[in-house]
Design a protein around this ligand. Structure first.
Ligand code: ADP
Ligand code: F6P
Length: 323
């Protein structure tokens, strides 16, 4: 088994808060263990463009607290083709880079898996606000995104109470309801609509009406984008009861920005260091995660082919507490 000597790191797909902390950890751990470390700008697009540069201790100074990613991110269609993947692997080989840490979501993991088939040792780090990567309890950026949503809902609640109104808040998550679930529970939302759980908007409207009739002064409905548009949910509620006239807030990309929480920074730091140590030990084609607090490695193929289980216990708890 040949030991890795030169590794590279890239960030890919939708960015997430904490990606910088992960890059910092990969670079500093790599250097600590005597490796040469390279950064690849703009994800797989940068790889195909040979946009690769040496990184040192100072290149990752003053970034642990920053959102976004200093390596920038991109979506690259060419890399989905075999020719693109072969070109990428060849560029890495030509530079003597034998290990690659990919920080990104599901799609980025699939790219890493393809590269590993072409002889590059790869490690995936779960970098996405969506928390939709399996074999890790949390993805890097999820906690910060949940904090952004909770802060927004706190503010909405103030004005909704004053006017005895309801509010529909559309949140991100792609096909996953975790941002809606965790932010909804933490903000005491009255209703949480997620793609994983069937719902009936007439029932939601009936409950809201009954709550207002019984003295409730506000009602927050969190809608995961995987369910549909917040605007459509608001229209359906109003059609049933014209007195329910929700204001709609789409939080959008605000959820992807801002300084990462300490939780995300520490998760990113642990996972980045873990990925480097595992590459050195000869592992490849693995996704890194944290399950019940413990660092774990899982075959990337298994990660991308397994749907993350939805936490029904939390969902039911949120329902019980939202009377
Ligand atoms: P995310 O990583 O956040 O899920 P994307 O799905 O957009 O984001 O994937 C990011 C990039 O990963 C894509 O632009 C593409 O370059 C690469 N990628 C996605 N799917 C594949 C695939 N099946 N094979 C190879 N590369 C892929
Ligand atoms: O995967 C992260 C994410 O922010 C999703 O929550 C959302 O559906 C998507 O990316 C938005 O993509 P874009 O940044 O291309 O608008």
């Amino acid at each position: 088994m040949t030991q890795v000597k030169k590794i590279a790191v890239l960030t890919s797909g939708g960015d997430s808060q904490g990606m910088n902390a992960a890059v910092r950890a990969v670079v500093r751990s790599g250097l600590y263990y005597g490796l040469e470390v390279y950064g690849i700008q703009r994800g797989y697009q940068g790889l195909l463009n040979n946009d690769i540069f040496a990184m040192d201790i100072r290149s990752v100074g003053d970034i642990i607290q920053r959102g976004g990613t200093i390596l920038q991110s991109a979506r690259c269609l060419d890399f989905k083709t075999l020719e693109g993947q072969q070109k990428g692997a060849q560029i890495l080989r030509d530079r003597g880079i034998d290990g690659l840490v990919v920080i990104g979501g599901d799609g980025s993991y699939q790219g890493a898996e393809k590269l590993s088939r072409l002889g590059i040792k790869t490690m995936g780090l779960p970098g996405t606000i969506d928390n939709d990567i399996s074999f890790t309890d949390y993805t890097i950026g999820f906690d910060t995104a949940v904090n952004v949503v909770v802060e927004a809902v706190n503010k909405l609640r103030d004005t909704m109470s004053s006017h005895e109104r309801s509010s529909v808040v559309e949140v991100m998550g792609r096909h996953c309801g975790d941002i809606a679930l965790h932010a909804g529970l933490a903000s005491g939302a009255e209703t949480i609509l997620v793609p994983e759980v069937p719902y009936d908007l007439n029932e939601v409207a009936d409950r809201m009406k009954a709550n207002f009739d019984h003295g409730k002064r506000h009602s927050i409905v969190i809608v995961a984008e995987g369910v549909g548009k917040g605007e459509d949910v608001a229209t359906a509620l109003k059609e049933r009861y014209p007195s329910i006239d929700p204001r709609v807030t789409v939080l959008g990309h605000i959820q992807r920005g801002g300084s990462p929480t300490p939780f995300d920074r520490n998760l990113a730091s642990r996972l980045g260091d873990f990925a480097v140590r595992k590459l050195i030990e000869g592992e490849s084609n693995k996704g890194c995660g944290v399950l019940k607090g413990e660092l774990v490695l899982t075959d990337i193929e298994q990660v991308v082919n397994t749907k993350k289980p939805f936490n029904m216990e939390l969902y039911e708890l949120a329902s019980r507490l939202s009377q």
